[in-house]
Write a protein that binds this ligand. Structure first.
Ligand code: TTP
Ligand code: MG
Ligand code: MG
Length: 428
């Protein structure tokens, strides 16, 4: 490697340099024939809080809906969390002062005869978190790896699950499962990397579905406003426009050293993304604080045997997932949702952390008794207060151990011992 190339790498200054260099080669020499090509999905729910409100209040479908704070009479301070697309057509948007929103879209409750008035609802985070958990549950079921980014957003790597020729069907399936099982709309983008997938999910909102196969990435990105690039906010966009850079294509064509002279190392990254390159793997975020599983009945039921059976199945699924992740739990709980949407949670904590599927069954069964005879629309099981064994998490997926002890790599010297070596495979 020449001294020049080497100093180019140090200029980037961190471990990513090597990855970018490799990816650059892959893309320039071997675009779609790369067997390692990834298929990345980005899911972002449409006007999420408003869609949650519509789920429990179907009369709000098709109407302008604003979720926020401070709109009650006598209140003056507050902001819009989100607005339905109908309300956006009237100029209402996230983070807007509530007084501006009320100017643009009067409130139905105080203007009942105004045909153009809209519905205002207060923020109910607990409910939205609950809906979000249901969505994420489905996403974890569908992706090889899932990175949850926010309450209504996640990336999935689906490389092992599908191929480009049927990626659109896969994306449609993601949307349909969320719509059918959770009752809220999502927009989905599919692309060979995270950056492009995020732009794709936003491309055709609401209810969007945009697939960008590897050989179409550059043509897809080129005409888009440069502000669509994650990392280019209003300030950088203004700077870029000052330099004559209006579209992502313009940025892609700008020599990288110029972009670096404007934005430093961040400029290099933006230039890469504008060229449709982004080597970040879809990695799960940290370790979970709890593990849960939920299941809704198609209609509310008071059939206690049916409810108990459902809880038993969920308890087994959660305990299994905890074992596979190497998680020990101290708290075991249930959730019972009764009509119209009352969320009841009950939990018991144990003296110490365990990995005991039978205990999850017993504790949840006991907690459920309180609800015998009640109408129930949904049940859930959760283990929390988690602790993790020190084992390498990436290996746990293949570990079928039955105790809570992590698999141990044998001491180095046994590797030279023929018998020891034969035994090394035990844990694989
Ligand atoms: P977003 O995904 O940014 O927006 P959205 O889902 O409402 O609309 P879109 O269809 O464009 O995706 O944010 C998700 C939720 O986060 C949103 O429903 C409400 C909340 N939120 C705020 O509370 N304040 C904000 O400024 C923004 C942007 C979002
Ligand atoms: Mg959203
Ligand atoms: Mg979002």
């Amino acid at each position: 490697m020449s001294a020049h190339a080497a100093s180019g790498h140090t200029a980037v200054g961190h471990a990513k340099a090597g990855r970018f260099a490799v990816t650059l080669d892959e893309y320039t020499h071997n675009v779609s024939a790369d067997p390692e090509e990834r298929i990345v999905v980005h899911v972002d729910m449409d006007c999420f809080y408003a869609s949650c409100e519509r789920r429990r209040e179907p009369e709000l479908r098709g109407e302008p809906v604003v979720v926020g704070m401070g709109y009650e009479e006598g209140e003056t301070i507050g902001a819009v969390a989100t607005a339905s697309y109908e309300a956006r057509a009237d100029g209402v948007e996230s983070a807007q002062a509530i007084s501006t929103a009320l100017d643009r879209l009067p409130r139905k409750a105080t203007n009942p005869d105004d045909p153009n008035a809209g519905y205002y609802r207060p923020v109910d985070m607990e409910f939205y978190q609950d809906v979000s958990a249901d969505v994420k549950e489905i996403l974890h079921d569908l992706g090889d790896t899932v990175r949850e980014v926010s309450i209504d957003e996640a990336y999935l790597d689906i490389t092992e699950r599908t191929e480009w020729s049927v990626a659109e069907g896969f994306a449609r399936h993601v949307k349909q499962r969320i719509a059918r099982e959770v009752g809220v709309p999502a927009s989905v983008g599919v692309a060979p990397n995270m950056s492009t997938a995020k732009i794709a999910s936003d491309h055709d909102k609401p209810d969007g579905l945009t697939v960008v196969p590897p050989d179409e990435v550059r043509d897809f990105l080129a005409p888009l406003d440069v502000e669509r690039l994650h990392g280019v906010g209003p300030v950088r966009a203004r700077d870029l426009r000052g330099e004559g850079v209006e579209t992502i294509g313009d940025l892609a064509e700008t020599p990288v050293h110029e972009v670096v002279s404007w934005f430093g190392d961040r400029g290099r990254e933006l230039h890469e993304r504008a060229n449709g390159r982004d080597a970040r793997p879809v990695e799960p975020r940290g370790k979970p604080k709890s593990l849960s599983r939920e299941s809704a009945f198609s209609e509310a039921t008071d059939d206690y045997d049916e409810i108990r059976e459902r809880v038993e199945a969920l308890a087994a699924a959660v305990a299994d997932r905890a074992s596979r992740k190497g998680a020990l739990y101290r708290t075991i709980g249930i959730k019972v949702v009764t009509p119209p949407y009352d969320v009841n949670t009950r939990a018991n904590s144990l003296p110490g952390p365990v990995d005991e599927p039978d205990l999850v069954h017993e504790v949840t069964d006991e907690l459920l008794r309180e609800f015998e005879g009640d109408d129930v629309r949904k049940v859930g099981v959760r283990v929390s207060n988690l602790s993790f064994s020190e084992a390498d998490q990436s290996k746990l997926g293949t570990w079928a151990g039955e105790s809570s002890d992590p698999p141990r790599v044998r001491p180095r010297e046994t590797e030279t011992d023929p018998e020891g070596q034969a035994n090394l495979g035990d844990f694989e």
